[in-house]
Design a protein around this ligand. Structure first.
Ligand code: ADP
Ligand code: ZN
Length: 429
């Protein structure tokens, strides 16, 4: 099912031409922004000299630090009168970054969400419960407006309490939810403890899961626990929020809406482009925004392009699920470790529950606290030790570092509203 079939299936030459046209318009628009004007003067580049995608590389990168230095409105490309809405990033990694929307930007962002909903088979007959934080965080309102465009009945639940979420689901027949992976796990545990079988007792069919990195194993666990299809939903405030890239019905990588975003993958250390299909940092240029377009924005998110066409017929290229942020990397005893590696191991062990925490302390000690699954453990102490050793061994094999492992009761680790905090670093290095 398509929302804008022609645009979603545009052939490559037409898509390239559209990108070029919009890129030029964007560069012209950005000549009004002192920050970019300065950069263009440095490189001596003129918009009319941009003739191909390769010329994009002559444009400067924009970084999160640039956004912070130009906070609050140094990167605004329209007059204040034309701004309709403000969002800020959730600030997972420091001071918030502000993003402005014009009327057209608000509408475009909703259109991209509507495309995503349709490509996963959602229709106006669905009931959409948005369990993400509303307010400044884009996951609330941007998703909300997109769902309304499709014509779903929208329940703006916000993160709320699980009791209330459940009541809404039961009373109004929720079929689709938008949720973080950590909350999805927590909610699945909650249902299990209440003796509710979502397959039997609820109308849930799909979940849009995003806002933080999660592994394929986690996705499968959420699908099994809730009896639903999980679609990966990727976005960031700097590029509208959600709706930048989304799984189609095939769940085989996320289509990036290339009529709105120019996609590059670069080596995070050097900024040089990597070969097709190779992993690196995602760099995005918003080419269809009015209020605050950004050139070659360093997302810090690590992924790769999936080569080849998709069975769904969409021509917009796909990216793999995000494996982490380049600034997420932990160095423990000289070894580079990504939290997602730990998650992948933990989620492959059935007796392990759904929440975990990585604790770094002392000189260079790593402890992984892991919840047991509510039903997967028989209470015998001997089995507990066996499981603990198994987790240690599997983590050691994956990381080449032997962590301490503490098994804790299901539901005993903290759950945050919004994005999970998985790493606590108290090292005195
Ligand atoms: P913050 O950078 O403060 O978290 P945002 O709320 O804008 O601000 O979050 C965007 C970031 O969230 C992305 O850059 C990415 O790291 C992460 N993210 C969003 N969706 C996904 C997803 N589906 N998979 C992995 N990471 C995601
Ligand atoms: Zn597809």
């Amino acid at each position: 099912m398509f929302w804008q079939q022609e645009m979603e299936t545009l052939d490559r030459p037409a898509l390239d031409a559209l990108q070029l046209k919009r890129l030029r318009e964007t560069v012209r628009r950005l000549e009004r922004v002192p920050f970019y004007r300065g950069k263009f003067l440095e490189t001596g580049l003129k918009p009319e000299e941009i003739n191909s995608a390769a010329d994009l590389r002559r444009l400067p990168f924009t970084t999160a630090a640039d956004l912070r230095e130009n906070y609050p409105d140094g990167l605004l490309a329209v007059s204040r009168d034309e701004v309709l809405r403000l969002h800020t990033s959730s600030g997972t990694t420091g001071k918030p970054k502000a993003l402005f929307f014009s009327r057209r930007d608000v509408d475009t962002a909703a259109e991209l969400i509507a495309r995503a909903f349709c490509m996963t088979g959602v229709t106006r007959r669905d009931v959409f419960q948005n369990m993400m934080t509303y307010g400044l965080f884009t996951g609330g309102l941007v998703m909300h407006y997109g769902a309304e465009k499709v014509g779903c009945m929208v329940i703006p639940a916000g993160p709320g309490t699980s009791e209330r979420q459940l009541l809404l689901m039961q009373d109004f027949g929720t079929t689709v939810i938008h949720i973080t992976p950590s909350y999805a796990f927590y909610f699945a545990d909650f249902l299990e403890k209440k003796g509710i079988d979502p397959r039997r007792d609820l109308a849930l069919r799909k979940a849009f899961v995003g806002a933080e990195p999660y592994t394929e194993e986690t996705k499968r666990k959420i699908e099994a626990a809730l009896g639903i299809d999980v679609y990966n939903s990727y976005g960031l405030t700097e590029m509208n929020g959600p709706g930048v890239a989304f799984d189609c019905e095939g769940k085989c990588g996320m289509h990036v809406w290339e009529d709105n975003f120019v996609l590059e993958i670069v080596n995070p250390a050097t900024g040089a482009p990597v070969g097709d299909g190779e992993p690196g940092e995602l760099v995005l240029t918003s080419i269809n925004r009015e209020a605050m377009p950004l050139l070659r924005y360093r997302t810090r998110d690590l992924t790769s392009i999936i080569p080849g066409p998709c069975a769904c017929g969409r021509t917009h290229r796909r990216i793999h699920r995000i494996t982490g942020r380049s600034d997420d990397m932990l160095i423990v005893r000289g070894v580079n470790i990504f939290p997602q590696q730990i998650e992948r191991v933990l989620m492959s062990i059935p007796q392990v529950g759904r929440n975990y925490l990585i604790l770094l302390e002392g000189l260079d000690e790593m402890t992984v606290k892991v919840e047991l699954s509510p039903s997967g453990f028989d209470g015998q102490v001997g089995h507990l030790t066996e499981l603990q050793n198994e987790v240690v061994e599997k983590l050691r094999a994956e990381l080449s570092v032997r962590p301490k492992v503490e098994l804790v009761a299901s539901g005993s680790l903290p759950v945050t509203e919004g994005k999970a905090k998985r790493v606590i670093d108290k090292r005195s290095l």
